[in-house]
Design a protein around this ligand. Structure first.
Ligand SMILES: CCCCC/C=C\C/C=C\C/C=C\C/C=C\CCCC(=O)SCCNC(=O)CCNC(=O)[C@H](O)C(C)(C)COP(=O)(O)OP(=O)(O)OC[C@H]1O[C@@H](n2cnc3c(N)ncnc32)[C@H](O)[C@@H]1OP(=O)(O)O
Length: 193
């Protein structure tokens, strides 16, 4: 007998309501950090994922699978696809809730092979919030917004304070990153987990 699918979110949650200052539906989200492997424009071999806010706590992202993303000849590497989903899910969390958060858990279901040259249309939706825990899921459609679902993902993000990045990351680079964001007209993040 097969086990029932685990319910999602796995705990009781509050609705994930976008922050009043979150970008409006239709807004194109730029690069969140130039050196980010998922979206950064200074990472030549990165994924260069581009995202747009949609209605209803949803962000859509596009990822074009190139030769350098292969695992088997002509096919995308599964771990790299998971990376694309981490980026797309994190982009939804960070931009809609405007809180720094890190991935605590990420699970992926690979439903169909993803050939080189495909464009994955990733639709990420905030599913609920329980204290610091943010539950988010996504479907990756092959080559069209309504294309067949090739990959699905579910994740738990956990909000963190700025100390997470200063203690474990490069605090000088973080300071420059923050100043550059403010100079380019972005508001600061809500640092209040
Ligand atoms: C001012 C500058 C701010 C900088 C902001 C920067 C960027 C943001 C901007 C824009 C965002 C846009 C795009 C983002 C795009 C991509 C995002 C990529 C994200 C990543 O790629 S990021 C790298 C990978 N990521 C890590 O590097 C995390 C390593 N890890 C840890 O740093 C800790 O592990 C942490 C912090 C996760 C928790 O640690 P902690 O000590 O703070 O809290 P604790 O352990 O108590 O967990 C609290 C509650 O979460 C539950 N929980 C935790 N983990 C769980 C698990 N795995 N499964 C089930 N439940 C779990 C606990 O059970 C508890 O639940 P409860 O409260 O119910 O007990």
């Amino acid at each position: 007998m097969s086990k029932p699918a685990q319910s999602w979110p796995p705990v009781d949650t509050e609705p994930a309501v976008p922050h009043p200052d979150a970008p409006a539906p239709g807004s194109k989200l730029g690069v969140h950090y130039a050196h980010c492997f998922g979206c950064g424009d200074e990472v030549e071999s990165g994924l260069h994922i581009q995202s747009t806010v949609a209605e209803g706590a949803v962000v859509t992202s596009q990822f074009t699978v190139l030769d350098e993303h292969q695992g088997a000849p002509g096919l995308a590497h599964g771990g790299l696809l998971a990376c694309a989903f981490d980026e797309a899910l994190g982009t939804a969390v960070g931009n809609l809730l405007r809180k720094p958060a890190v991935t605590g858990k990420l699970e992926t279901d690979f439903r169909r092979p993803v050939p080189v040259g495909s464009v994955l249309h990733i639709v990420a939706k905030l599913d609920g919030v329980a204290g610091r825990k943010i539950y988010v899921s996504a479907n990756g459609h092959l080559n069209a917004e309504d294309g067949p679902i090739a990959v699905q993902a579910r994740a738990l993000f956990v909000t963190v304070g700025v100390g997470h990045f200063t203690a474990h990351g490069d605090s000088d680079a973080l300071q420059k990153f923050r100043e550059a964001r403010l100079r380019s007209g972005h508001q600061d993040w809500d640092i209040n987990p």
